[in-house]
Design a protein around this ligand. Sequence first.
Ligand code: FE2
Ligand code: FE2
Length: 168
Amino acid sequence: MAISKTMSDALNKQFNEELSSAYLYESMAADFYAKNLSGFAVWMTAQASEERIHAQKIHQFLDGNGERVFYAAISEPQAEWKTPVDAIKAALGHEKFISKCIHDLVRMARKEDDIATESFLGWFVTEQIEEETTAQALIDKLEMVGDNRMGLYQLDKEVSTRVENNGG
Ligand SMILES: [Fe+2]
Ligand SMILES: [Fe+2]
């Protein structure tokens, strides 16, 4: 069964949301680099790479179903965050927005009785749980550290070990 025009348009919108997520996280990484928090910068760069993998997954799904992706304009992301915890809180807020987008897509697939798309989106539903958990865990650590500069230095070292995982 082919994907409907509505569903294909909505998946295209999500494709661009994923790319715009990558753009936001690259901007956060740039801010961290500028503030000599290179560990957080590495972490955010890995996060951005995962978002591009998410976009690729949608790209491949659409291609595999006789559809295609269209690149839309990406708005300029915020360039600076007052503190690391402000940045990660913004990242969590963004992930919550993305989770909502994914859930809306699942609802649309169900409404259209599009079982293939619903099944495809299942991966994203699970991924979003992980995304929110990871961001929240980092916020908890940053709040634990508070104003302790030595703690921030240590945490920056700790998060620098993050590597991109292949599954995205
Ligand atoms: Fe994503
Ligand atoms: Fe994400």
